[in-house]
Write a protein that binds this ligand. Structure first.
Ligand SMILES: [Zn+2]
Ligand SMILES: [Zn+2]
Ligand SMILES: [Zn+2]
Length: 467
């Protein structure tokens, strides 16, 4: 297979034109939901063995890095953790997120041309407000890395392509109001799989319409169908969006042997996808076919990223003739590609129409279910329809936690592109809320992305924590 031509986001100037692919491994030996749970450390141990066996780790194209701990502030930049960051994480979470940060630094320092963070626990079901574990995730590794990149290196436009079989609903939620982060997720149709969302009409908040795109794939979709979506939708949209960086949420549960889903993607399909997508950074998400698929898929992704020939890569049990795409599925995919291309191409008009429709604030009410921790959250969100920036927003969130404690919190978020007026109004609102606190709330938060300051006020104790 011939490697595709380098595209604009690969051809940008990087110091010294690095040739290596960075890799971080963190299997998190001491973190599991339960000993027999599919989200356990063997997921990465088999992969590690396979990579060593194939001699991949000794190749000059590969450079291994050790993970480090992410800081609490890295998490506060993305999440409102209830009741505290510490209550939502273990050390393993800090190392998994920190592993992604190590790859981000290596890329930006010009040491590697791309990188793959093979870390767990995963993150893409974790939303902006986090009351507990959803879909095996407490905090979201890719947004933590992206907001770190924005803060430290001033990166502005980023695209995330989520190739996990489950809808990346947490990442979607975090970037719902952000027109500078393009989020594209393809996943098994939410009518047939957790978390039950990710339909074509979920296209972003009123001031960021068209920069969230969801492709619900019919169960049974093969390499052919997924590559069709990649070539006809994902790559053309990326060319138009012109991101400075492309991040891949590299879930591997589209694989035909995955026990939690019903897709028919192969390790080779994943390698082709990665070669074509050419992400700057891939971060591992799900994938639960621990012995059969994961080692091969990770191997395929790594070979593609490092530019190593993968033409002999086949799973021992792969039979190409059993994996033909059906014309019914292709028709569904053609319709989705047409629909989403139209949405993306008309995003400015969609935002203009939303401005006409809403006055000062756009509201939404939502219920969010945390399957792992069995928490029901209710949210009331208010977005300022700012003419000068993507607007600040507030979230009134309440949930009954597993331990029997009910929390109600008030969160204020100023986006990284926040204009002086939104910034000032949001800070004043927070100051007012803590000067005369509404007793319904346990905590009031300010996420000030303009000044990179994160404040949390404990209403009962009248104490503030600033990160
Ligand atoms: Zn998944
Ligand atoms: Zn504004
Ligand atoms: Zn500020």
């Amino acid at each position: 297979m011939k490697r595709s031509e380098p595209r604009f986001w690969q051809s940008r100037e990087k110091a010294g034109k690095p040739t290596q692919t960075g890799i971080v491994f963190f299997p998190a030996f001491d973190w599991a939901i339960s000993p027999t749970h599919p989200e356990r450390e063997e997921r990465l141990l088999y992969t590690r063995d396979q990579l060593f066996e194939e001699g991949i780790m000794d190749l000059p194209q590969i450079r291994e890095y050790q993970p480090r701990l992410a800081e609490l502030k890295d998490i506060a930049r993305v999440h409102f953790c209830v009741p505290s960051i510490e209550a939502q994480i273990t050390e393993a979470h800090l190392v998994a997120a920190g592993g992604a940060l190590v790859i981000a630094d290596a890329l930006m320092n010009g040491e590697v041309r791309n990188g793959f963070a093979l870390v767990r626990p995963p993150g893409h079901h974790s939303m902006r407000v986090t009351h507990g574990n959803r879909g095996f995730c407490n905090i979201n590794n890719e947004p933590i890395m992206i907001e770190y990149l924005r803060k430290k290196y001033g990166i502005k436009r980023i695209a995330i392509v989520d190739t996990d079989v489950h809808h990346g609903d947490g990442t979607q939620d975090i970037y719902w109001h952000d027109p500078d982060v393009l989020f594209i997720s393809f996943h098994q149709d939410g009518r047939t799989l957790y978390p039950g969302s990710g339909f074509t009409d979920e296209i972003g908040g009123p001031l960021a319409l068209g920069t969230t795109l969801n492709v619900p794939l019919p169960p049974g979709t093969t390499d052919t169908g997924i590559n069709f979506v990649l070539e006809e939708l994902v790559l053309p949209v990326l060319e138009k969006f012109q991101p400075e960086l492309v991040v891949n949420s590299a879930g591997q549960d589209n694989h035909y042997t995955d026990p939690l889903a019903n897709m028919r993607f192969s390790a080779r399909g994943y390698a082709v996808l990665n070669e074509r997508l050419a992400p700057d950074i891939a971060v591992l998400e799900g994938g639960y076919s621990v012995e059969t698929a994961l080692p091969y898929v990770n191997l395929g992704i790594l070979m593609a990223m490092a530019g190593i020939d993968y033409s002999n890569l086949y799973e021992p049990d792969y039979q190409a003739d059993k994996f033909r795409e059906s014309s019914d599925r292709m028709r569904v995919l053609e319709r989705i590609v047409r629909e989403l291309t139209t949405v993306f191409d008309n995003r400015e008009a969609l935002v203009a129409a939303a401005r006409e429709k809403h006055d000062q604030f756009a509201r939404r009410y939502r219920r969010i279910f945390y399957d792992t921790d069995y928490i029901h959250e209710e949210q009331q969100e208010n977005l300022r329809m700012c003419p000068d920036c993507p607007g600040y927003w507030t979230i009134d969130s309440q949930a009954l936690h597993q331990v029997g404690e009910r929390y109600q919190v008030y969160c204020i978020s100023v986006p990284v592109q926040g204009c002086p007026r939104c910034h000032k109004d949001a800070v004043e609102l927070y100051e007012k809320m803590i000067a005369a606190p509404d007793r319904r709330f346990d905590f009031v938060y300010l996420q000030d992305r303009v000044d990179d300051v994160y404040r949390q006020f404990d209403v009962t104790r009248k104490q503030e924590r600033v990160l």
